[in-house]
Design a protein around this ligand. Structure first.
Ligand code: HEM
Length: 137
């Protein structure tokens, strides 16, 4: 990947728009949790989630990604500020869990009407917060 991608998507709300804005990101998140609930490699991370509250978990990740991608600050508006690394320290997240989370995101992104360039950019950018969410080796 490429500096071109960074130039293309790393500006203003370009990534938010490339992801289909709120509705597109909501669809991505829905597919992400379908992947997590069905992929054998994601069994451990799926088990960490509170399955009685999936509606709110979907809403939180959707809103977070909207702002993270340069769109409106929808997470903060409804739930207040969050530090992704600090929040995730309560969960046993090592490299395998990080990679399983990213795999679910990759599979979900592959099912969206995104360009290959945006999919590649999105996954590369997500590596950073996923790595920072790691709480153990
Ligand atoms: C590295 C692998 C990751 C794992 C295993 C993981 C796991 C989890 C779990 C177990 C929860 C709690 C769900 C519940 O309430 O039951 C959660 C919440 C959340 N995660 Fe992650 N996560 C990961 C990475 C990320 C990344 C990279 C982001 C953002 C780019 C993210 C954004 C969020 C948000 C916004 C919430 C909701 C926080 C809240 O309740 O206020 N997660 N995650």
């Amino acid at each position: 990947m490429s500096e071109n991608n960074v130039a293309q998507f790393g500006q203003g709300d370009a990534s938010f728009r490339a992801a289909g804005e709120y509705e597109g990101i909501k669809a991505l998140v829905e597919q992400f949790y379908i992947e997590m609930s069905t992929l054998p490699k994601a069994t451990a991370i799926w088990a960490m989630h509170n399955h009685d509250d999936m509606e709110q978990i979907h809403d939180k990740l959707t809103r977070f990604l909207c702002s993270w991608l340069g769109g409106p600050r929808l997470f903060r508006e409804k739930y207040g500020p969050i530090s992704i690394p600090a929040f995730h320290k309560q969960f046993p997240i090592g490299p395998a869990e990080r990679d399983a989370w990213l795999l679910c995101m990759k599979r979900a992104a592959d099912k969206q009407p995104y360009s290959d360039a945006f999919k590649c950019y999105l996954l590369e950018q997500l590596y950073r917060p996923a790595e920072f969410s790691r709480s153990r080796d």
